[in-house]
Design a protein around this ligand. Structure first.
Ligand code: CAA
Length: 381
């Protein structure tokens, strides 16, 4: 692949650590995890010891203290190893970010620090069976129960949910107020009334632990609300703005892996007496792959850099997520095409990459939702 220009020696060494981990610890087990839909608990614990999860959590809260930009460098490498593994890592940052952005100092100390220090898992509970793209339409309710908040509802597609010890939950205190009625609550898994569904049998990213979570009259202490009642929608959107470059990096890692496999195979595979890499049809595919991967990475880096500077970056985050996700889908599809019939079997790695890529166009806001965010920002002028 092309060298990455402009990184500092510290950033290069961070990438090398993550790539070494992906090469030695993740790639050797990726196919087996995929086959068995097995959550890589032991290896994620090892990544915690190396500081490769809770990447954007400040050091004083026992995280790795990386900028979003530097986190993206790590995540691309981990996703190059296995996208489901990367999703499981990023899900922890996603769940802790609402508290990092909107929690009080006391809440950060109580709800972020113990998770980051221990290597436990946390889940971001926004999506519901009937509310995926339409966040303002979510149906989980929170009522004032005097000494407690009372939480009722169901969440769907929740990453890490089966292994999480804490949930960051979005719920409505007044459904007539739509987005202005949403709240954000931190809910310990041990609270009575919580039930967690099975690890979903997904098409791709099969090792990531995606489950439903149900809340049945769950009593949540009053001081577990992050921000004020009604601020939940804004907190969720700000969290997704900050998280989308990291998700885009997962797409870049998948696409890079697929391109590398396709390039190597095209030099080995002979047809009509020549390596298929000598044919322009294949060369054009490889050139387009490299170009969209580089474009995806540059859009991702720009959005990460803007967020790190404290600048508004909704449009740039959505552009990065949309373009990287769609590019990962096209690059992995072309990689399967270059492998031909072999690419369509589980004996070669590219079919997994294609299945893994599809989820990037769906989770953390579909490619269509990203376009809506981009167009609305443009139309605002
Ligand atoms: N930052 C701050 N405020 C924002 C904002 C942002 N990025 N985006 C919108 N707002 C504000 C708006 O300014 C508006 O404010 P006012 O009330 O003052 O007018 C308010 O929020 C409502 O905004 P919209 O009118 O744009 O709201 P909407 O209902 O039309 O929805 C949406 C907008 C972009 C479609 C939003 O619902 C959305 O992002 N949907 C996608 C949800 C998503 O990404 N889900 C992923 C789940 S997490 C996951 O997948 C992770 C995993 O586990 C793998």
């Amino acid at each position: 692949m092309l060298p990455l220009a402009g990184l500092s020696p510290e950033q290069e060494s961070l990438r090398e650590i993550a790539q070494r981990f992906a090469l030695d610890k993740i790639r050797p087990i990726a196919a087996q995890l995929d086959e068995r839909a097995e959550f890589p608990l032991a290896v994620i614990k090892e990544s915690h010891a190396l500081g490769l999860i809770n990447l954007t959590i400040p050091v004083e809260l026992s995280g790795s203290g990386l900028s979003i930009f530097d986190a993206c460098l790590v995540i691309e490498e981990i996703a190059w190893g296995c996208a489901g593994f990367a999703t499981s890592m990023v899900a922890n940052d996603l769940a802790l970010t609402p508290i990092r952005l909107a929690g009080s100092e006391d809440q950060k100390r109580r709800f972020i620090q113990p998770i980051a220090a221990s290597g436990e898992f946390s889940s971001f509970c926004l999506s519901e069976p009937s509310a995926g793209s339409d966040v303002a339409g979510l149906q989980t309710t929170v009522e004032d129960g005097g000494d407690y908040w009372i939480l009722n509802g169901a969440k769907q597609w929740i990453s890490n949910a089966g292994h999480a010890s804490q949930y960051t939950v979005f719920a409505s205190i007044d459904r007539t107020k739509k987005h202005k009625g949403l709240c954000c609550l931190v809910v310990p898994r041990s609270t009575v009334g919580i039930s967690v569904g099975h690890h979903e049998n997904k098409m791709g990213q099969r090792c990531s632990d995606t489950c439903s979570v149900t809340f049945d009259n769950v009593k949540v202490p009053k001081d577990h609300m992050i921000g004020a009642p009604g601020e939940g929608f804004k907190i969720a959107m700000q969290t997704l703005d900050a998280s989308r470059p990291m998700t885009a990096s997962i797409a870049v890692g998948i696409a890079r892996a697929a391109c590398e496999h396709a390039l190597a195979y095209s030099k080995e595979r002979k047809q009509f007496g020549s390596p298929i890499s000598s044919f322009q049809g294949i060369q054009f595919m490889l050139a387009d792959m490299a170009t969209v991967i580089d474009s995806s990475r540059l859009l991702t880096w720009r959005s990460a850099w803007l967020i790190d500077q404290g600048k508004p970056a909704s449009i740039e985050s959505s552009m990065a997520k949309r373009f990287s996700a769609d590019s990962a889908m096209s690059v992995t599809t072309d990689a399967v095409q270059i492998f031909g019939g072999y690419g369509y079997t589980k004996d070669y790695p590219v079919e997994k990459l294609m299945r893994d890529a599809k989820l990037l166009q769906i989770y953390e806001g579909t490619s269509q939702i990203q376009r809506i965010v981009i167009a609305r920002e443009m139309l605002k002028g």
